[in-house]
Ligand binder design. Structure first.
Ligand SMILES: [Ca+2]
Ligand SMILES: [Ca+2]
Length: 380
């Protein structure tokens, strides 16, 4: 359409009798190039298989885990990833039902869920997992069939089964809580599920761990003084993250505390963008955790985005190196060309675009809400 209007303007504007002839000659060529480019783009997209993804979360300790899981479902609806399993490091029996709530809400209630029982890691109920238990007139507000984490298999079992079925070097693990589950998996022996040890199986099947943990820039303390930061996901289980760093043979991409801190989620989105249903489990979780007006940092969401869309320029990536974790939960990075670790860098110029992607993805409605009734506009 744009080309045609230029054609018309050019012809009437310049009144060159030869121009229509030239344009008539080159237009088919331009169109052919356009069609070819469009065909190549489509085939390139078709070749990009969805990223097989395992989400390991401390669901219930902060509301960014819920937004991050909503994002994963939107990316799956867009055929950009496939959620293979969710494993949980929050040791409370309501975390798994809440995860099942979200998966069911997005039309994927059968995704395997594994838990970490008796780890003692954050055993409190948390502020929003009880959203899973809300009833209206005697019926669950948010349908789900996993009513307690006590009825779920262990995370190690779910991880081993999931990896056993995956193609080699295909899986991305997004870890946005503590490293308890991955450390347990890496230490697991061969068993009836798979003849390889956890470390061997992980090295064979996983291509990347995208992890929200640590800090790779100075962070202001309570007095506003910049310094090293004891990041929560590190501090809650220091031995496990040390084990992960030691035993993980595949690359780890770190989203440090500073990334999500500089990309706060606009609370207006929580109040407005989720109203496509009368009750939305993500919006209700956010509000139960910390009511608006509060723009919560998007820590866990950033690890999902970096894992599924690594080439879209949302973040810059550091040079390779090695992260070490100190006994008092400080993360330190040392550059090293052979290192398997890199961390995300947020350039100020990209922040608004990246934030917008996080908002649009987490607030995208499930596929099944009316979408089957939509017809393409062209060809109606
Ligand atoms: Ca279920
Ligand atoms: Ca988390």
């Amino acid at each position: 359409m744009k080309l045609l209007s230029i054609h018309r303007l050019s012809v009437s504007g310049f009144k060159l009798p030869v121009l229509p002839v030239i344009l008539a000659a080159i237009f088919p060529a331009i169109l052919a190039v356009q069609i070819l480019a469009s065909t190549l783009l489509h085939s390139a997209r078709a070749e990009e298989a969805p990223v097989p993804l395992i989400f390991d979360t401390d669901m219930g300790n902060d509301c960014d885990d819920a937004l991050a899981l909503a994002m994963i479902h939107a990316l799956q609806s867009r055929k950009e990833c496939e959620l293979l399993a969710v494993t949980i490091t929050k040791d409370h029996e309501l975390a798994a039902p809440f995860v099942d709530c979200l998966n069911t809400f997005y039309g994927r209630g059968n995704i395997p869920i594994g838990v970490c029982r008796n780890s003692g890691k954050t055993p409190d109920a948390g502020k929003y997992n009880q959203v899973a238990k809300i009833t209206d007139e005697g019926k669950l507000r948010f349908e789900h069939d996993l009513l307690s984490g006590n009825n779920a298999p262990t995370a190690v079992e779910v991880l081993r089964r999931t990896l056993a079925q995956a193609q080699d070097a295909s899986v991305v693990v997004v870890q946005v809580g503590f490293s308890t589950n991955l450390a347990n998996l890496l230490a697991s022996p061969a068993d009836a599920i798979h003849p390889l040890s956890g470390r061997e199986l992980f090295g064979k099947k996983v291509k990347l761990v995208s992890i929200m943990a640590g800090a790779f820039a100075p962070i202001p303390n309570d007095q506003g003084v910049l310094g090293e930061h004891r990041e929560y996901n590190v501090a809650e289980d220091i031995p496990s993250i040390k084990k992960l760093v030691e035993l993980c043979d595949v690359p780890i991409l770190w989203s440090g505390f500073e990334i999500g801190l500089n990309l706060t989620y606009p609370h207006q989105s929580i109040l407005q963008d989720y109203r496509y249903v009368p009750h939305h489990p993500v919006a209700e979780a956010y509000i139960a955790y910390i009511p608006p007006p509060h723009d919560r940092p998007t820590w866990d969401l950033t690890s999902v985005l970096a894992a599924v869309r690594p080439d879209r320029g949302y973040f810059e990536i550091s040079k390779p190196g090695t992260v070490t974790i100190t006994d008092d939960a400080i993360s330190r990075f040392a550059e090293n060309p052979q290192g398997k670790h890199r961390y995300l860098i947020l350039k100020p110029a990209m922040a608004e675009r990246t934030r917008e992607a996080l908002v649009q993805l987490s607030s995208q409605p499930p596929n099944y809400h009316g979408s089957s009734q939509l017809k393409p506009i062209i060809g109606r």
